[in-house]
Design a protein around this ligand. Structure first.
Ligand SMILES: [Zn+2]
Length: 102
């Protein structure tokens, strides 16, 4: 009846790595929750920092992950850490965060 949250989280981490181009994959990267293939990925980092926050979500079921201390991947939007809520909302929708032990 219960599914271990860590399993779901692990699948999100894999989807993240594939979508960000850090891990090879065949075909489309699909959402661990709904199977969709429409994702968003926005980093948050101070200027010229190579590590920061990553927000990764599925645009279909609006579930995703929030990670800290990850390498910023070129080619994806980067928000300043002091960005206003308004600026943040323009790029990142309100999604449900899958939490895991990391
Ligand atoms: Zn989904």
């Amino acid at each position: 009846m219960s599914s271990a949250p860590s399993d779901t989280y692990t699948r999100w981490l894999v989807a993240y790595s594939q979508y960000a181009g850090l891990q090879s994959h065949d075909g489309d990267v699909t959402c661990p929750g709904c199977g969709g293939a429409d994702f968003g990925l926005v980093f948050g980092a101070a200027p010229n920092q190579i590590r920061g926050r990553a927000e990764f979500w599925c645009n279909r079921c609006m579930v995703g992950t929030l990670r800290y201390g990850v390498a910023v991947v070129k080619g994806f939007p980067v928000l300043a850490l002091d960005a206003t809520t308004e600026d943040h909302t323009k790029l990142v929708p309100d999604f449900t965060t899958v939490l895991g032990l990391e």
